[in-house]
Design a protein around this ligand. Structure first.
Ligand SMILES: [Zn+2]
Length: 329
């Protein structure tokens, strides 16, 4: 493992390296971006490079080996116990942070799903985050930056992890996970820019997208579908009860592909889209929705933007039908 192995996050890696070299690394860091793009891996790599006893990136010193096995006493990983990160999870960690490192040079605390820290827990934690011992760093990971408490956000350096391109996901699946090129391409297409998601896709997911696509083709051929209906159709929940940003993004990608094909004349779009202006307008809105996803706003906000602005007619009933049953990851 080395920084070189972290795919698609060059700007973040560069910032971290420069900060480490100049000894300017913030005590609190927030790594944010959709799930499955390398936040946790980068956190561990940072912990490794800060504690390594050698100089070689492919080092196998005692410290590097322990961190690779997640058994280093100075590198701790915490995730929500149930729905939240609880006070009694954070308190021992605050005491721990005051001690000199047991073995390494730095103490690193990696806190996953930082959006699950509530006020009660944060209040115990803020002072340490503000005036931490020199040898401690807190790395907070989140796919929902807007939900991280502002009091925490304002005390941390922010590092944005981008979605990967489908081509990048495809290449990683072939090179590192031994997928055949056809299977890798199929998975990359529905990955929504997340390597993690591409790996977790199941046959039912592929079936869902194939079904949606076929249904849409049939409906479009039969005629009347408003832009709002089209949006709602693509975003419609199948058997799943949760939707997250990668999921939303792959749906929007699918829809953009359809609209694009419509503009190119290789797919028939419904009557409402006969004018190039309407079609182009929808395409632009989809692009904007994608930009919102990249900015890591809450998925419900992306949907709201998309639904509210995607039809001249009131979209109340569509919002009712498609937003209400969803719960958000
Ligand atoms: Zn080492």
């Amino acid at each position: 493992m080395a920084f070189e192995d972290i795919a698609g996050q060059d700007p973040v890696v560069k910032r971290l390296r420069v900060a480490t070299e100049k000894d300017h690394l913030p005590s609190g860091l927030i790594f944010y971006g959709i799930d499955g793009v390398g936040k946790k891996k980068t956190a561990y790599e940072l912990a490794r490079s800060l504690n390594c006893l050698g100089a070689d990136p492919s080092c196998s010193c005692d410290s590097c080996v322990k961190i690779a096995h997640e058994s280093h006493p100075d590198v701790l990983f915490i995730e929500p116990d149930g729905q939240y990160i609880k006070v009694d999870q954070v308190e021992p960690l605050i005491e721990h942070a005051m001690l000199r490192p047991f073995e390494g040079k730095k103490r690193i605390y990696i806190i996953d799903r930082a959006e699950c820290i509530r006020e009660e827990t944060a209040s115990r934690f803020l002072k340490t985050l503000e005036e931490p011992p020199l040898f401690a760093h807190f790395i907070l990971l989140t796919a929902g930056l807007p939900s991280v408490l502002p009091t925490i956000r304002s005390r941390c350096g922010l590092f944005h992890f981008s979605e990967l391109t489908p081509l990048m996901v495809e290449k990683l699946l072939v090179d590192r996970f031994d997928f055949g090129s056809d299977e890798a391409r199929r998975r990359a297409a529905l990955s929504g820019g997340s390597l993690g998601r591409s790996l977790s896709l199941e046959e039912q997911d592929f079936a869902y997208y194939a079904e949606t696509s076929a249904w849409l083709d049939r409906s479009l051929l039969m005629g009347e579908m408003t832009p709002g209906e089209l949006v709602a159709m693509i975003l419609k929940e199948g058997t799943k009860t949760k939707i997250d940003l990668p999921d939303l993004q792959s749906r929007i990608d699918l829809m953009m592909e359809m609209v694009h094909d419509g503009m190119m004349g290789t797919r028939k779009l419904p009557g409402h889209f006969s004018g190039i202006t309407e079609t182009f307008d929808l395409y632009i809105r989809l692009l904007q929705a994608r930009a919102l996803i990249s900015g890591n706003v809450a998925p419900e906000m992306v949907l709201e933007e998309l639904l509210i602005h995607s039809d001249k007619e009131p979209l109340g009933k569509w919002t009712e039908t498609f937003i209400r049953p969803l719960s958000w990851a």
